[in-house]
Write a protein that binds this ligand. Structure first.
Ligand code: NDP
Length: 241
């Protein structure tokens, strides 16, 4: 196993997708503190939130902010080309949506269902697949999944569509890990961040962004060099699929 990155390891490079707020923004903050070079993606750089701009002022060249809308299907190939081979040690795809506010799946329109499954399941796979050549062997790709995406742990059934979109992400990324990432020496983590106080998680969530991202970065750094897949939470507890 490669040791966790430290400030001395200035060449360690990470990309965090969906870094404008919430867990993605928190991950950028912790990775910078640990000495990583970070590329943070936002949907529109002209509307970069102050919290991310402030981080850039503090960390200067260590933080690059680029534009990426996960819904744009041509963007992953462009990004792979601009990065070149073996440029990233870590790719974390945090962007995601809760989707329509219906309790039952069949209440959603085809458009709502399509958008949710494309953004939460297909788009992360599309991006990871395109960027695999840009990963260093021994690197790690982290997908922000959810405990709600576990079929075996589904004991309430609420938020049917969101659950199913994260289960689809888990299924698609299992195949990607087995057939593509692990043979290339790249580890894959399907991450449950806890129920976190973000715009998505709401104010009643028991876990702060700080607690979640501190734990997630520890898990991600600990997975460097392992070339395996795990479904794991921010406290390093393995979840069943
Ligand atoms: P937030 O709603 O706080 O933030 C969502 C992020 O995703 C924003 O940066 C948003 O960008 C970005 N995003 C949304 N759509 C797109 C798109 N089309 N292209 C690019 N970026 C996009 O969510 P959290 O930080 O709470 O969640 C992060 C991840 O963790 C999600 O995948 C979520 O499903 C998962 N998760 C969260 C939990 C929680 O309790 N919070 C629990 C379990 C899993 P913009 O600002 O431009 O909208």
């Amino acid at each position: 196993m490669i040791k966790a990155a430290t400030v001395e390891d200035a060449a360690y490079r990470a990309m965090v997708v969906g870094a404008s707020r919430g867990i993605g923004l928190g991950l950028v903050r912790v990775l910078l503190t640990h000495g990583w070079q970070v590329t943070a993606t936002v949907r529109d750089t002209a509307r970069t939130p102050p919290a991310l701009s402030d981080l850039q002022k503090q960390h200067d060249v260590a933080l690059e902010i680029i534009e990426l809308d996960l819904g744009q299907s041509s963007r992953p190939a462009e990004l792979a080309q601009s990065l070149g081979p073996q440029a990233l040690n870590l790719l974390v795809i945090s962007a995601g949506i809760m989707g329509p506010d219906h309790q039952r799946a069949e209440q959603a329109s085809r458009e709502e269902t399509g958008e949710l499954f494309d953004l939460n399941a297909m788009a992360p796979l599309r991006l990871a697949r395109a960027l695999l050549p840009a990963m260093t062997p021994q690197g790690v790709i982290g997908f922000l999944s959810s405990r709600m995406g576990s079929v075996s742990l589904n004991d309430s059934g609420d938020r049917e569509l969101y659950r199913a979109s994260k289960a689809a992400l888990n299924s698609l990324t299992r195949g990607f890990a087995v057939n593509e990432a692990i043979p290339a020496g790249v580890g894959v983590l399907n991450l449950h961040p806890g129920w976190v106080q973000t715009d998505m998680g709401g104010d009643d969530a028991p876990v702060t962004v700080e607690q979640s991202v501190t734990g997630l970065v520890k898990v991600l750094e600990g997975a460097l060099g392992r070339s395996e897949q795990r479904f794991v939470d921010f406290e390093d507890q393995t979840l069943t699929w």
